[in-house]
Design a protein around this ligand. Sequence first.
Ligand SMILES: C[S@@+](CC[C@H](N)C(=O)[O-])C[C@H]1O[C@@H](n2cnc3c(N)ncnc32)[C@H](O)[C@@H]1O
Length: 222
Amino acid sequence: MLREAALQPGDQVVEVGCGTGRLTLPVSAMTPARVTGVDAEVRMLDVARGKDAAGRVDWVRGSAYRLPLGEGTAALVMMVMVVHLLRQRVRAFTEARRILRPGGQLSLWTFTPRHVEEFYLNPYFPSIAIIDRARFPAAPVLSAELRRAGFDEPKIQLIDEPRKLDIADVVDRVRGRYISTLAMLAPLEYRLGLQQLEEMLARDRSIRLTQRSEWAIITARK
Ligand SMILES: C[S@@+](CC[C@H](N)C(=O)[O-])C[C@H]1O[C@@H](n2cnc3c(N)ncnc32)[C@H](O)[C@@H]1O
């Protein structure tokens, strides 16, 4: 993404839905551009600011539907793990296009429907796939929505990211409801699924689960 954007000093990068700066901070270390992280949640931005002692990033509260930046100001806008949370995606893409300069790049990173179907926690929480099927559209759907927002010829890249996770880490993640879908489950389903994982941990700490993430990275230019 950064290679394609070929950023120069003075260019502006905007991460919409930057959360706690998980990607914003590494991106700011990898480019000569100015980086702004926008998020709707003050608590997310507070955590991000706490990690940014050097003050490399501008952290700004704002909505994907009304970005706090002027028209034509950004060379690169990124939205990573955000489109599944947007109710009006075309509206958000139109707003991202507004702040891009001509030739500027929008980069969406999201999980594919295959990722949802093969998600490693599905055996423990059967409703995750039901909830996420509706939230994670296929890349061609997003591509069509980007065209409706005025972008031409979005490019789709699929990336497979297999990982092994220690059962202790899986239990920690689930206890912390590390994905928003876990917070949307019925309390009984959540408790039963967590109990199964905790029993596996108590039985054998060396158990590892395989997570096969499939990412869609969609790039569109203004
Ligand atoms: C799953 S987190 C991803 C955070 C970060 N991009 C990452 O990959 O670590 C999604 C973030 O999008 C933010 N968000 C959701 N809807 C938003 C909206 N309409 N406008 C701005 N931020 C939004 C949430 O507050 C949250 O911090």
